[in-house]
Design a protein around this ligand. Sequence first.
Ligand code: DC
Length: 223
Amino acid sequence: MASVAIDGPAGAGKSTIAKLVAKELNAVYVDTGAMYRAIAVYFIENELDPEDPEEVERACTKLRVRITYEDQQQQIWLNGENVTDRLRTEEVGKMASCVSAKQPVREKLLQLQRDMAKQDNVVMDGRDIGTHVLPDADVKIYLTASVEERARRRFEELSLKGIPCDLNNIQQDICMRDHQDMTRELAPLRQAVDAYYLDSSNLTIPEVAAEILKRCKEKNVWK
Ligand code: DC
């Protein structure tokens, strides 16, 4: 099976780009952040403390994350309940960043992600795909953008949805998430040595997708 790994910080546009690339390549798009977000939902809804190791251990034995696809859209199931619509809040994003630093949580999702890449051609995005989950991925991309640009995009996205927000607060949150994801002990966000660095600050979505597709063609993994 062929695989494309796209890693990068929050708000770099990974999911938008990965979806487009997957469509072009007729591959399955796997959003690993959504899996961590599902576990975050479990912690929030059960009022669990992610800093309590026993609670984390217990939660991981109880929770089950499953992924299905409906019309090529990834659906995330938590203990038999479809939680896809509950994943995209700031609160869940922050909790996901906390719980994803914990060993039992990472162990729980690692095998699931590797199994998915064994079953299908995948475009998988996250923080540690090229470095840990799929170290032998055919194409590895480290997709980033300046903090200012990532905050601006997020601000625009929320404003378009009519959600009141503040640009400075968004920028601060992004910096905090970057720090947490890059400095944690386990599988921190970093560029794999063999990943292609792509800064999307001054590129359009089609330009970024085209750049990645070019790498896929060069590697000759997809026709
Ligand atoms: O990409 P996202 O914002 O949906 O990810 C939410 C959090 O999940 C992110 O802050 C860090 C964590 N994550 C991770 O540790 N490893 C991944 N492969 C994907 C996400």
